[in-house]
Design a protein around this ligand. Sequence first.
Ligand SMILES: [Zn+2]
Length: 811
Amino acid sequence: MNTKSLNNQISMKNKINQLILFCTLLISLAFNTFAQKKDYPIKPVAFTKVHVEDNFWQPKMEINAKVTIPYVIAQCKANGRMDNFLRAGKKMSGDKMSEFPFDDTDVYKAIEGASYSIQNKANPKLEAYIDTLISIIGGAQEPDGYLFTFRTVNAKKPHEWIGAKRWEKEEILSHELYNAGHLYEAAVAHYQATGKKTLLNIAIRNANLLVKTFGPGKTEEYPGHQIVEIGLSKMYRVTGNQKYLDLAKFFLDVRGPKGDEYNQAHEKVTDQHTAVGHAVRAAYMYTGMADIAALTGDTKYLSAIDDIWGDVVNKKLYITGGIGATGAGEAFGEAYQLPNMSAYAETCAAIGNVYWNERMFLLHGDSKYVDVLERTLYNGLLSGVSLSGDRFFYPNPLASMFQHQRSAWISCACCISNMARFLPSLPGYVYAQDKNDLYINLFMSNTSKISLATTGVEITQTTDYPWKGEVTININPEKTAVFTLRIRIPGWAAQEASPGNLYSFMDKKTTPVKISINGEVTSFITEKGYAVLTRKWEKGDKIFLNLPMETDKVIANKNVKDDASRFVLQRGPVVYCLEGPDNKDSLVQNIMIGKNAIASSHYEQNLLDGVGVIDIKGQSTKRQIKSDSLLVTAQDVKAIPYYAWANRGPSEMTVWIPYEQSAAMPKPAPTIASRSQVSGSLKNKRMFSAIKDQYEPANSKDTNFPYLHWWPAKNTDEFLQYNFESEQTVSESKVYWYDDGPWGGCRIPASYRLLYKKGELWIPVESISPYEISKDKWNVVKFKQVSTSALRMEIRLPPEQATGVHEWTVE
Ligand SMILES: [Zn+2]
């Protein structure tokens, strides 16, 4: 070896050493900067550290893993979603696509749910299938990272929502960025659960394309349907790439003021102070804003979402935790507009509400956010899936007259795949920590290992929550150490029915919350809704928490007209409802319960997979012919948890129970119509009873009372018919049309006429008053008296709309 070569080698070695040193410096610099970056002051304890073994939630998570996730995957396959990716990747010929440009997200959400699920319980078969799916998704990605099957397949007749060029219709309907957001959430979950970077790398390529495409001076557009903001913040946390965070912030800042309220683009996001528009979009946006507030420390975002949160809990939150009152635009209603039978309360919006309130808690450390989260979780979110795990609600109404039923699949499947991804992530909501403070937010039996600043600690909870209020908490620190436990005292256990002034208890209760440590009752101070227990904790320390689980009556703010003179039965976090199968004659709308009625409760193992039920004395009410007073009879009433309704077929159901006759919905009086059997040209025969229930609507578009309709038919001839119990003499018909114009699809008919049955023939009646057709009133026709066994109404639908009928009486 000559000197020159040795020198070269030494210099090379030095260079390498220098390079290594430089790299180490860079990495440590990068790591340190990243580690010190701003984030939520309080961190959730990851779902991977919390092992739930709860009697209430564990079976539901198991059904999600065994039934829902495989079911969603199978349905995605059967409904063309996998084919979309195969076609985009040229692994399948043809250009037939599924129905909606956001269908890719159902596959992403299935992967996200499967990822959490295999972390909770290993499932090699599912994991292998997900690997295959990821390679199919990778095949559908274009070389520059673009991933959106509806464009890549390049169908001869492209979907009208997506525009000719990339992103062209993003602000309206294309959902390209919505798909990206769900891709990122799935990729991060898959990486965290399996350590595999396969999907994460696909997501990184896509996110890098977005960084290249969008931003100040580049394409300056906002996402038509928010969620990419949440996804990008997650990508930033996992990769440390600041550009992802900057882009998430850009997508919020570029929003408004010239867009629509529908997707919250009517104002700059920091100028928004009330909840408006599409509720799922809104909830995802507020969640994204909380992320940005935490990750950047920007207080303007914080004050905006603080105000919006106040608007929701004071004016726009259902007692079930559902949000989004109206089906028109799937949107928030006006203040206090909270109809029950027509409540939209989309399952996705409930899930979004949980995401948002979790973030609000992480920002503020206040239990009121977890109160809203818990209310949503046990009620308006859980109602979205059947006990069997394979039937789903999209809207979650709070009252029913047989017209609602969970669906096996919905072509817009957002709520179904959202349920599949949410439930297995639940363990991540139980605890949170701030350095040496451990927050206990939800009560469910579990074993968890958590690292605090002073020591690692194993914590177990044993409880029969939500049926019982006792919770035993075992604390096993690795070493004796001082730390603080913050145990949430739920609002319902501390005189507050719900944060804000929308709901309150009818009677204040008196039983205090009790906490004992190692058998001794301890006094405690409360901060922001948490019992604060700071002490030197030792192995084997045992806390006993006793939350007074009593049956409460909750009333709504008097501005909520739909809940006037009604109350809700609530026990702990669980909102109850009355459902047909548990009550006399399978009827509940006619039930009334006095304000002072005393309730008792017990657990029924064999009912609805095991539920706590409430028994209470009430009355049934019935109309009388030619009299305004009601027939009132004493009756035993039974209530079940709201989340468990609609598991025994369509039925009557109500959450809000009248306590005064003025609010009662009595059983019909025995009229010719109410005693008749209805038939007609309608497939959904469950709607027939609506026209003879004797509830008079406030106007033609009143959705608080049942109605029947022919939507989406138009320009056709339809009929309804009363088949009388026996031959009747009739001479008058009164009909109240359903018309939800200008936004809905029903209008008063083009024309109608009445016919009576004579033998096998239908003969038009001889009218002696004109066939008036008007909305918002009774349309009366008098005709020459006929004796007949049936009366028929023939209806001509308008050329461009359907028609509906609220009520039809004959005399
Ligand atoms: Zn949905």
